[in-house]
Ligand binder design. Sequence first.
Ligand code: CUA
Length: 192
Amino acid sequence: MTDATSPAPDSHHDGSAVAARAEGRWATFAIAILIFIVVLAAIGGIRHSTMPQYQVETIDPSTLHINGEFVESNLGSAVETDGSVTVRIVAQQYSFTPQCILVPVDTPIVFRATSADAIHGFLIEGTNINTMLIPGYISSLPARFDRPGEHLMPCHEFCGIGHQAMWAMVQVIDKAEFFKTSAGKRRLTCVE
Ligand code: CUA
């Protein structure tokens, strides 16, 4: 016999039933999240391995020096019509061309680089510019330097016996000076 004023004799039992139901719901929820993540990872993985990535630019490393944007006369810093600067670099065993890269401060810059032979590393010390240069592919990186200075640009990917001697310099100079020097020049470097 129960009434509204006294607790039901099996109220403790009801409480644990409610708790069990809530626990069940949370367990289902947690498992659903897990399944969702696994499915997402599977789709991502399958897609990545079956579809070409977007924004991958390829180039024939054997004809780099003969034609295309990486011919020697096209290497170095180029002023674009929008006022930005594109820097083209070729890495080869065991040097970068150009050896000294000249860029203006406070200007949007795009580094475009590739390798003529082995895999090289492209890193500008004191910045977050850091990538690999793989033969057959163009590495394109946006950059901006907020103060003038000199940065070492070592190859940081073991590329053969001369690896440790492979490096270039990046010189960041005053913007006005850069654009004054670039007037009338097709490509700019600081190679002496
Ligand atoms: Cu090039 Cu190490």
